[in-house]
Design a binder for this molecule. Structure first.
Ligand SMILES: Nc1nc2[nH]cnc2c(=O)[nH]1
Ligand SMILES: [Zn+2]
Length: 453
């Protein structure tokens, strides 16, 4: 029987064909010859079987002529969730991958980020990254901007204008920076964070929210970390930062915060580990630290592209999942050179296989599991599971229409393939040419409606 929400408003779109998504029970659930209706609020109003068409037209008041039929080589999947991406680093993505993290930050990252004081530069880069990620199927992104409040607000506006669901963080850092002027005083960081939050919330963008963003423990004094923890609590906001990305960083954090038992404890002591916290990397977390993540409800963003490029480490995702810690995937542009979540999917599989090469007993992640991490897992990690992540009645319709055999695309189909093979081929071989349409909260955001650049 069809799964429906009759209380909702009128139907605006109905699709018939193959839908592939994840649920808590199964990493890949395939609905063949399914019908999915989206209401005028952009929410999924019903999911039923093709044979239920007549009944559904009557219940929901639409005509069979309004149904859009997918072709044999097409399917819908949920939009992907990039749980960690530096919008401000997009200008040098694909370069500068020859140094370890701390040198990389001082040599490449901070000089570039300091340019975002210039709103014209910010507008150019932020427009490019929002368009690039949308085109590649990122319907939800959790962004780091820079320390500049006005440019960070601009990123929120651009995400809203293009229709991307986004968390946007004005970066906070009040110590340890080799680049002059790219640092804040404690009070300035706190006041500008409050201004950023107030002004972004005032815009009432339906899909864009602020996220409290201490860069990482090495960039922040204990006083700033504590104030940011309080700001997040008082406003019930998300928090994002980095944790245990490299061995050198972990060692320095121990020296800077000798009173803490671990890197995780540094954030915990400053009230920065909550159910709405997302920490990137975590390559060197101990089992005890993972337990603390689980107890506080904090999540991890796995960023294997960046972990490989900066030779940072290899996160054991299986161990994280065994500890029942929520985990999503991140591109971590520009430590990771690709802004595409398909790249994050592939690097996640590669990282898991590296661990299996090192230890044949390691339980390698399957592509089905990684598909779930890129979609439902990301929505859970960002505490947005009630809104996005899979095709459930009542959730927003955040979806990619994928054509595995798109003309001129990267995949050659030799014969008709089963949906699961189509999904596997798309995840391993596909690119934006296969993503023919992207929807966020029911709105078609790709192809872009405004004139192309
Ligand atoms: N990969 C990465 N790690 C960080 N740790 C602190 N800042 C950063 C950053 O910009 N990128
Ligand atoms: Zn990062």
């Amino acid at each position: 029987m069809a799964d429906t929400d009759r209380s909702a408003c009128a139907i605006s779109r109905v699709y018939r064909g193959t839908f592939i998504h994840s649920t808590h029970k199964s990493a890949v659930q395939i609905l063949e010859d399914a019908l999915l209706g989206v209401n005028t609020e952009g929410k999924i109003a019903f999911i039923g079987k093709g044979e239920e068409l007549h009944k559904l037209t009557q219940t929901f008041g639409f005509s069979p002529a309004e149904v859009t039929q997918l072709t044999q080589n097409e399917f819908f999947m949920p939009g992907m969730v990039d749980t960690h991406i530096h919008a401000s680093q997009y200008s040098y993505a694909g370069t500068a991958l020859d140094l370890p993290l701390l040198q990389w930050l001082n040599t490449y990252t901070f000089p570039v980020e300091s340019r975002f004081k210039d709103l014209e530069f910010a507008n150019k880069i932020y427009t490019q990254i929002v368009k690039r990620t949308l085109r590649n199927g990122t319907t939800t992104a959790c962004y780091f901007a820079t320390i500049h409040t006005d440019a960070s607000l601009l990123l929120g506006q651009i995400a809203n204008d293009f229709g991307q669901r986004a968390l946007v963080g004005k970066v906070c850092m009040d110590r340890n920076n080799a680049v002059k002027h790219y640092k804040e005083a404690l009070q300035e960081s706190q006041e500008e964070t409050c201004r950023f939050i107030a002004e972004l919330l005032h815009k009432k963008y339906p899909l864009v929210k602020p996220v409290v963003t201490p860069r990482f423990a090495l960039s922040c004094t204990g006083a700033l970390l504590r104030q940011l923890g309080a700001i997040a609590k008082n406003n019930n906001l998300h928090i994002q930062s980095h944790i245990s990305e490299t061995v050198e960083e972990v060692k320095l954090v121990k020296e800077l915060f000798p009173e803490s038992d671990s890197y995780t404890d540094v954030y915990h002591k400053h009230n920065l580990l909550t159910e709405k916290t997302l920490m990137a990397h975590g390559c060197y977390l101990s089992d005890e630290e993972l337990d603390l993540f689980r107890e506080t409800g904090a999540s991890l963003s796995h960023c294997p592209g960046s972990n490989f490029s900066l030779c940072s480490g290899v996160l054991n995702v299986r161990n994280v999942l065994n500890h029942k810690v929520k985990l999503g995937l991140g591109t971590d542009v520009a430590g990771g050179y690709s802004a595409s979540m398909l790249d994050a999917v592939r690097r996640t599989l590669d990282a898991s296989k590296v661990l299996t090469i090192q230890d044949p007993e390691h339980d390698t992640l399957s592509f089905e599991e990684v598909f779930r991490l890129a979609t439902l897992g990301g929505s859970q990690a960002l505490s947005l599971e009630d809104q996005t992540g899979n095709f459930e009645v009542g959730k927003d319709f955040d979806a990619l229409r994928v054509n595995v055999a798109a003309p001129g695309g990267p995949i050659d189909l030799i014969q008709f393939e089963e949906p699961k093979i189509m999904l596997e081929k798309f995840l391993n071989l596909g690119d934006d040419r296969n993503i023919v349409e992207v929807f966020v909260a029911g709105r078609k955001v790709v192809p872009f409606t405004e004139p192309a650049e």
